[in-house]
Design a protein around this ligand. Structure first.
Ligand SMILES: [Zn+2]
Length: 410
């Protein structure tokens, strides 16, 4: 048997069974009632071990964490406007700390809350150019031992309506972004075919995945979802296209939402929600029933758009459950699936989970089961990335590249 570097003794697994977990190198190598001696043992006394949490949608470049507190600035008209918000954001970020400093603060907070994988949208436009991308790429490299980061090149100011953006998105995909984003083809660009042609064209050219912000309402948004599904099928991109928010699905009669949900399931298009408190959003239960993979993300965290957020995916799962009227243990477990196994499928994370052969990305919390963890969001006792401790008692700890936990902490 493989020699174990670490044994987490006396764990409760997500399925409720009691067992110890053995880690060799960066992998879970054994799970059982009694495991052979290891170089290091940590007694868990029945604590719950979850797979590393996955934040499917954040904006590392926008956060004001790591900087002074900046009060939210409401728009002049009182009504929400994307372009007015973008203008306010530009003014605020012009005097904010560098993107590397702010993004690093958010990454450390996310890891301390148990996030081991995240997908960040990064603004790419003629005003920002590739500056935010370069900052986030530097942060990704700096924290690569603590968290895996996917980058979406995001046209925050529009795509076909904002000259120069297409060329910059193309460069971003050559320089390290893995996915191409989009934004309200109808509401922002007023050209659904034009934006979708550009997004799917870039995806095809670069072999990139797609993740589109879609706030366009009701039947307008529904039509766009059908078109996104059709294009996904035509290009054989099943499982590689995600639509974030998709408010439209929560704004139409149930029969219409179901018809489009079946279309999304058939095409392999997933949906992300942040379970907003002030806007209709898709029914997680009905999407899952239709066979759509639904995932969750924190989206804006303490930035010019939104003062809330703690980068905590257990809290986000709770908000999904709370807003969905989920009450049973099964439903609460479903809510966490949006930040664990479901999200792993959408982000293409192989070797995921609390199982032998998976990467040892693990979160230890004081809870008796998954439902209780979602409800109580307990402090993260330990967070492991690739078998090494990256947070303890809710605090980020920097792993040193190439060192084992034993070498670092014994
Ligand atoms: Zn977003």
């Amino acid at each position: 048997m493989t020699e174990l570097d670490l044994v987490l003794e006396g764990a409760t697994l997500p399925d409720g069974t009691a067992a110890s977990i053995g880690v060799a190198g960066s992998r879970v190598a054994a799970i059982g009632a009694s495991l052979p001696a290891a170089r290091e043992r940590i007694a868990l006394d029945g604590a719950l071990v979850l797979p590393g949490l996955i934040d499917g949608h954040v904006h590392l470049d926008k956060t004001l964490l790591g900087d002074a507190w900046r009060p939210h600035r409401p728009g002049a008209s009182g009504a929400f406007s994307v372009m007015e918000r973008v203008a306010i954001e530009s003014e605020i970020l012009a005097s904010a700390a560098p993107v590397e400093q702010r993004a690093a603060a958010l990454v450390e907070l996310a890891v301390s809350r148990g996030t081991t994988h995240l997908r960040s949208h990064v603004d790419i436009d003629p005003v920002t150019s590739l500056k935010s991308l370069h900052g986030v790429l530097a942060v990704r490299e700096r924290y690569r031992d603590a968290v895996s980061i996917q980058i979406v090149a995001f046209p925050q100011r529009g795509l076909v309506s904002c000259p120069g953006t297409l060329e910059l998105l193309d460069q971003a995909l050559r320089q390290g972004a893995e996915l191409i984003g989009g934004l309200d083809p109808s509401g922002v660009d007023h050209d659904v075919d034009g934006q979708l042609d550009a997004v799917f064209g870039l995806a095809e050219r670069h072999g990139a995945g797609i993740d589109i912000h879609l706030h366009d309402p009701a039947f307008e948004g529904l039509d766009e979802l059908v078109q996104i599904a059709a294009r996904t099928k035509a290009l054989g991109m099943s499982g590689r296209v995600n639509v974030s928010h998709a408010y439209a699905l929560g704004m139409v009669p149930e029969n219409d939402a179901r018809r489009v949900a079946e279309c999304l399931a058939d095409a392999g298009v997933s949906i992300l929600t942040n379970a907003p408190g002030n806007h209709p959003w898709p029914s997680v239960a009905r999407l899952r029933e239709a066979g759509v993979t639904v995932i969750a993300g924190n989206d804006n965290i303490r930035d010019a758009w939104w003062p809330y957020g703690d980068a905590d995916m257990l809290e986000r799962a709770m908000l999904v459950g709370y807003g969905s009227g989920f009450l049973t243990d099964g439903q609460l477990t479903d809510a966490l699936d949006l930040a664990t196994y479901g999200a792993a499928r959408v982000l293409g994370i192989a070797a995921y989970g609390v199982r032998v052969g998976a990467a040892a990305d693990l979160v230890v919390v004081d809870a008796r089961n998954v439902a209780e963890a979602v409800v109580t969001r307990p402090p993260r006792r330990y967070v492991f990335k690739s078998g090494r401790i990256v947070a303890r008692d809710g605090r980020f700890e920097r792993p040193l590249a190439g060192r084992t936990t034993r070498e670092l902490y014994s």
